[in-house]
Design a binder for this molecule. Structure first.
Ligand SMILES: [Zn+2]
Length: 82
């Protein structure tokens, strides 16, 4: 394991990550879209690479579940024929 400072960008290795609050757009696999507001992510100030921590991912997932309660249900029960 390398001990990389969490603030240094993995992509360009010159920029540093800054916490930014964004409205994150998720494209669901069935074509619908879901916007999660005020998601705090880390974005590189040099190349723009974005990192979602587990908290941000959870926030987005919960928002999708709340707005589209049938979505996960749907993908769980959907089976391919045959
Ligand atoms: Zn970068």
């Amino acid at each position: 394991m390398n001990s990389i400072r969490s603030s240094q960008c993995f992509e360009c290795e010159t920029g540093t990550y800054k916490e930014v609050s964004v409205n994150y757009y998720s494209q669901l696999s069935d074509g619908r879209g879901c916007v999660t507001k005020n998601v705090t992510i880390s974005r590189c100030d040099s190349c723009g690479a974005e990192i979602f921590d587990s908290k941000a991912s959870q926030l987005i997932e919960n928002n999708i579940k709340r707005l589209f309660p049938d979505y996960y249900e749907c993908s769980r029960t959907k089976r391919t024929e045959g």
